[in-house]
Design a protein around this ligand. Structure first.
Ligand code: GAP
Length: 455
């Protein structure tokens, strides 16, 4: 049933322009996807509501948009060049690569300082793909992707694509402290790209090699860290319910065990969502102590500290990190909102997305396409709404078919211009979820939609 839902969502995403495999004319590329016309709008709306709630509506949050390429030393300081590893086993026959810790019966433990994986229990040695014999040799596979900067061959510098988007937030702590008059506690927020050479993929957008992270790094005194950590856990959990529209019973908390937790973190919890069959990570919320600023300070030789004018003390700020995935939120929205029902013995598919996230807010139809006076009136309404909302025009097929097309992409309201419109300047407005229609005056449409969007 759950896999069935995933297949339906993948098919809808392709058919209706939400998501396309990257470079599909070459057979696709390495679990990398493009957002199509509808998907770009949904992704943009998720980014927008994140920025609105986490930055605009708060007093102490600074938004940045950092570069993808950074000084390579930053990745040494963070430990990624040494320890951002997964345990790899490659089948000598079919050459397929597997994460050893995901193979049947295998148990491994990672040393987070060296990136070394120790095998606690050796499991199955049969390749899950070709049934050939696996060699029990586990390699540390670094997930960072590399490229080079510089124009002269031989003098190029090897650099890394961001393995996690947040790293430049730590580096921008200093200019923000000094230029923005930021007073602790304060946060730096960023939505940015991350790249990982993931070994195991699958589950569509859930695990991809290029994705976006929505990150908050919240800088605070060591004394306040515990209290603020709990506050941020609540803020982020409720954002998925109130702003994104996920249901509470498909969300849960999972605490990292002491073996799983990175050695410097004081506490780490994941917000998990039941995407299809299982609960899986949507966002990580970590109490990272003062490790990040200490490390970047040590490697750069700069004092990444803070002088508190009230207590007259100088300290290295602690960091509470909230790091969520845009692609995973996008997938959660689709799996939560996908609905099927029978209407007049026909299947109706609709996306019950929160209107604030819907790619198009409204669609405008002339009742029939071959009457000039109806089309002209409908075009006037369309042109009136376009500057205010993402508005779609459709005059193809009968009204029932047009409603179904909008239902499938989650458009909350459809407006039809009919013969009565020509007489009294009213239109019908139809609700996606209830399919009920009401008549309203053309001059009241904009205010009506705005009211619904803010309801
Ligand atoms: N800076 C912290 C960090 O990167 P993470 O748990 O590795 O922590 C944070 O990633 C979030 O990024 C995850 O909760 C998930 O939503 C998203 N994410 C991580 N790897 C991903 C991948 N390969 N594909 C899609 N999203 C991913």
């Amino acid at each position: 049933m759950a896999n069935d839902l995933m297949e339906k969502i993948i098919s809808l995403c392709k058919r209706r322009g939400f998501v396309y495999p990257s470079s599909e004319i070459y057979g696709g590329f390495a679990n990398i996807y493009d957002f199509g016309p509808l998907g770009s709008l949904l992704a943009k709306n998720i980014r927008d509501v994140w920025i609105k709630k986490m930055v605009q509506e708060r007093n102490n949050m600074y938004l940045i948009d950092g570069s993808i390429l950074m000084h390579p030393k930053a990745w040494e300081a963070s430990g990624h060049t040494a320890a951002f590893t997964d345990p790899l086993i490659q089948c000598p026959l079919c050459k397929k690569r597997f994460r050893a810790d995901k193979l049947e019966g295998w148990e491994l433990e990672k040393d987070n300082q060296t990136g070394k994986w120790n095998v606690l229990n050796q499991g199955s040695l049969i390749c899950p793909d070709c049934n050939g014999d696996l060699i029990p040799e586990v390699k540390e596979f670094n997930l960072l992707m590399t490229t080079s900067v510089g124009s002269v061959e031989g003098e190029k510098t090897k650099v890394y694509l961001k393995g996690e988007s947040c790293q430049n937030i730590y580096l921008d702590f200093l200019p923000i402290r000094d230029t923005m008059g930021a007073k602790i506690p304060f946060g730096i927020a960023q939505i940015g790209k991350a790249f990982r050479n993931e070994i195991t993929l699958g589950k569509f957008l859930f695990k991809v090699r290029e994705f976006e992270q929505m990150d908050i790094e919240y800088f605070c005194s060591p004394e306040e860290a515990k209290k603020l950590y709990e506050e941020w856990k609540n803020i982020r959990f409720n954002w998925y319910i109130d702003t994104i529209g996920l249901s509470k019973d498909r969300l849960r908390w999972r605490q990292h065990s002491s073996q799983e937790r990175i050695f410097y973190a004081r506490d780490a919890w994941d917000i998990e969502y039941k995407f299809f069959d299982d609960f899986d990570e949507l966002e990580g919320i970590h109490d990272r102590s003062d490790y990040d600023l200490k490390q970047q300070g040590k490697f750069s030789g700069k004092a990444l500290d803070y002088f508190d004018p009230v207590s007259k003390t100088r300290f290295i700020p602690n960091i509470i990190e909230c790091s969520g995935g845009l692609q995973r939120t996008f997938l959660a929205v689709l799996s939560e909102s996908y609905q099927e029902e029978k209407v007049n013995n026909e299947k109706r598919v609709f996306l019950k997305i929160k209107p604030s996230l819907s790619p198009y807010k409204v669609a405008v139809f002339p009742l029939v396409a071959n009457k000039d006076n109806l089309t002209e009136k409908a075009e006037n309404v369309f042109n009136l709404l376009k500057p205010e909302f993402m508005t779609m025009w459709d005059n193809i097929g009968n009204i029932g078919k047009r409603y179904r097309r909008q239902d499938e992409i989650g458009t909350p309201w459809c407006i039809t211009i009919d013969y009565q419109t020509l007489e009294d300047d009213t239109v019908t407005i139809r609700d996606r979820d209830t399919m009920e229609q009401q008549r309203i005056k053309i001059e009241e449409i904009i205010i009506w939609i705005k009211e619904q969007l803010h309801a």
